[in-house]
Design a protein around this ligand. Structure first.
Ligand code: SAH
Length: 357
């Protein structure tokens, strides 16, 4: 019964208006519904400028994706908040809000689990469970938005930036991610600027090229993590399918199409990919390409397979890249103390013993 209902959080505003017209109601009722939804109202019965008859019709046709907060962890310095969210089918996902000077950023998940298998990443350890729906991605934004405005009445700025860097590979859930991006950007929903959105991929070349053709000016971040195919193959199974050169070509194509600089993410692992020779190799690869390198000291996950590079090596690596004319930033490390840093997001199940709701 429930699964016959349409998730209204996965619909564009015009689709909601069409839905109201199909119910023999007026289109402006659709606008009212959209208003409520993006204020974070999760129950048609609370949409109190709608007549009861319409609310009933809405309930009979639609549902509102369930993304309920079950736990919230705040880092010691309160800059990072991790939310554990319960979905309708009892899967659990995580998302993280980071407070930056230029606005609040939400790191959201695009899949329950992930099938990319990167060996340094917690989110993929148990494989892919399923794709998230458009509404479930939007639900994470609304949950965070609601919580932030409740938390801080005076600021009420909500989420300004979105990074698709939680669990999952966004280009492996392509259609839902695209619709989510268009929806969250729509002026009648949250109106988030494309320039404030970053999509991170482990390097799925066909998806990157397809994304370039969409012409959305979002930032594309590429998880490179190795200066050659051999290193990448050791830590990222996807490297057997796509070569570094092809990934960089796809990045250049993305830049040509969108005019947006690519960000390369490079997680430093002690004596694996953090040598001066690696920095030099990267310098040759990226010479003359308008891009940005984000160096991230690896967050060690439970199995302890990879060690974080020493400060000395991090510094030498970064300086070498700079001396080769590349633009480098070291990612601020946020949320490690609450398991909310990159690669630490997990997925869970309610049937873990002891968990019940
Ligand atoms: N699947 C996408 C997005 C999710 S991960 C991707 O691969 O890009 C977001 C970023 O965190 C990626 O760059 C990923 O490689 C990185 N990451 C994963 N595990 C990490 C870890 N243990 N320490 C630091 N970064 C990690």
């Amino acid at each position: 019964m429930t699964n016959k209902l349409i998730d209204i959080l996965g619909l564009m505003p015009y689709e909601i208006e069409e839905g109201l017209l199909e119910m023999d109601e007026q289109a402006f009722r659709g606008k009212q519904v959209v208003n409520w939804l993006y204020k974070g109202v999760k129950d048609f019965d609370n949409m109190n400028n709608l007549p009861k008859t319409i609310r009933k019709k809405l309930r009979e046709k639609y549902t509102i994706a369930k993304v309920d907060e079950i736990e919230k962890h705040q880092s010691d310095n309160s800059e990072t908040t991790k939310y554990l969210c319960l979905l309708d089918d009892h899967n659990i996902i995580e998302c993280v809000v980071m407070k930056y000077r230029y606005g609040n950023t939400l790191c959201l998940s695009t899949q329950v689990g992930c099938r990319m298998g990167c060996s340094f990443c917690e989110s993929t350890k148990q494989g892919l469970v399923r794709n998230l729906t458009v509404g479930e991605m939007m639900g994470q934004v609304l949950l965070a938005n609601t919580d932030i405005s409740e938390d801080n009445e005076s600021e009420k700025r909500g989420i300004r930036n979105i990074v698709l860097m939680g669990s999952g590979e966004p280009l492996d859930n392509y259609d839902n991610v695209m619709k989510f991006l268009r929806l969250v950007h729509h002026p009648d929903t949250l109106g988030i600027s494309y320039r404030n959105i970053t999509l991170s991929t482990c390097g799925l070349v066909p998806g990157m090229r397809k994304l370039a053709q969409e012409g959305l000016p979002i930032t594309l971040a590429i998880s490179l993590h190795g200066s050659n195919d051999e290193i990448r193959r050791k830590i990222m199974p996807v490297a057997s399918a796509y070569k570094v050169n092809d990934i960089i070509e796809a990045g250049k194509y993305y830049f040509e199409k969108t005019g947006r600089r690519i960000t390369f993410e490079y997680a430093l692992m002690d004596h694996l990919n953090d040598g001066m020779d690696n920095a030099e190799e990267l310098g040759v690869l990226l010479k003359g390409f308008p891009c940005h390198i984000n160096v991230i000291p690896i967050n060690e996950i439970q199995d302890g397979l990879y060690k974080r590079s020493t400060e000395n090596r991090i510094e030498t690596f970064t300086k070498t890249l700079e001396s080769l004319g590349l633009q480098v930033t070291r990612r601020r490390e946020l949320g490690e103390d609450i398991g909310g840093a990159c690669g630490q997001l997990k997925r869970g199940y309610l049937d873990v013993p002891g968990n019940s709701f």
